[in-house]
Design a protein around this ligand. Structure first.
Ligand code: GDP
Ligand code: MG
Length: 302
């Protein structure tokens, strides 16, 4: 049997549904999802394994005009995701108005030399007759290899999409062991799940200001002991995260612990700290420290 494999990058505006799609295709949570834009900060690889193929899916931070150090690093992450890929997939929210951000995305994908698929996402939210004019509009703007209406949330249309990707992928090796579903280290998954829960538990202001750093991760113990710090930029945000009588941080801790346990398949003891670090998003050193690629390098040096 011919075995196909390769790298498929998923790009698109914030909130288009990139992380949701990667999770649905991988069949487990590898990327955090949020109704608030710009949640994904790093490139994340989710691995889709079939008997006849292995697709390494690259989830990327949303394409947007960056205005601070963190934003610029996010856009670098998105650009680096295009290096050495086999296929590019631009995902758009078909239920939202076509706007300047979509035009910017189209400009952006012109940098890519591999075939580009267009995924019209969130079709569960729109009526069919709206789809054809949208497809027409995009066809005129770019020469897509193929166009698929999908729902990343329900999985509708994704079976055909994956088959089409596999057809276009070259014959190739297993890049990862067939049972592996992500390239992320467990401690990064843990920090992302904590961040997701902190975003879920708070509103407005706080989400973008949240960063999570794992201080220690003792995996040889039962339960696995994890100590993590949630960074915010202001005292007011810290108060919101702590909540009345500590109820918010307790909720974050409980939610996060449950999901980390299910991802790791072990019991977890989670300790959370909250610290204020004014303007960390403007601080290159801290932004770098929070980047898991660099965290891995640091671990390797230890
Ligand atoms: P990203 O910023 O592109 O990674 O977008 P996310 O995957 O974080 O999704 C943004 C929001 O859109 C979340 O609230 C998702 O639940 C929602 N979403 C994603 N895909 C779909 C879809 O196919 N249908 C609907 N109705 N909502 C979706
Ligand atoms: Mg995302």
């Amino acid at each position: 049997m011919l075995f196909k494999s390769g790298f498929v990058a998923i790009v698109g505006r914030p909130n288009a549904g990139k992380s949701t799609l990667v999770n649905t295709l991988v069949g487990r949570k590898v990327a955090i999802v949020s109704p608030r834009p710009q949640t994904t900060r790093n490139r994340i690889q989710g691995i889709l394994n079939r008997d006849d193929a292995q697709i390494v899916l690259i989830d990327t931070p949303g394409i947007h005009k960056a205005d601070h150090v963190l934003g610029r690093q996010m856009m670098e992450e998105a650009e680096q995701a295009l290096d050495g890929i086999d296929l590019l997939s631009l995902i758009v929210d078909a239920s939202a108005e076509f706007g300047a951000g979509d035009r910017f995305s189209l400009e952006w994908i012109r940098k890519c030399t591999s075939p580009v698929f267009l995924l019209l996402n969130k079709v569960d939210r729109i009526s069919k007759p709206l789809l054809l004019p949208l497809i027409d509009r995009y066809r005129k703007l770019f020469d897509f290899a193929d166009i698929f209406p999908i729902s990343a949330l329900t999985g509708a249309g994704t079976f055909d999409l994956v088959n089409a990707w596999v057809q276009r992928l070259p014959e190739g090796p297993l890049y990862f062991p067939a049972e592996q579903f992500t390239d992320q280290p467990e401690r990064f998954l843990a920090s992302e799940l904590i961040r997701e829960k902190a975003i879920q538990a708070t509103r407005q202001e706080v989400p973008h200001a949240v960063a999570v750093r794992i201080e220690s991760f003792e995996e040889k113990t039962d339960p696995v002991r994890i100590r993590a710090t949630i960074y915010v930029e202001r005292e007011g945000q810290k108060r919101i995260l702590i909540g009345r009588g500590g109820e918010t941080v307790k909720k974050i801790g409980t939610w996060a612990r449950k999901e980390i346990q299910s991802v790791l398949g072990t019991r977890v003891f989670l300790e959370l700290f909250i610290k204020v670090h004014p303007n960390w998003r403007q601080n290159p050193a801290l932004v770098r420290q929070l980047d898991w690629h660099r965290q891995l390098e640091r671990l390797a040096e230890e």
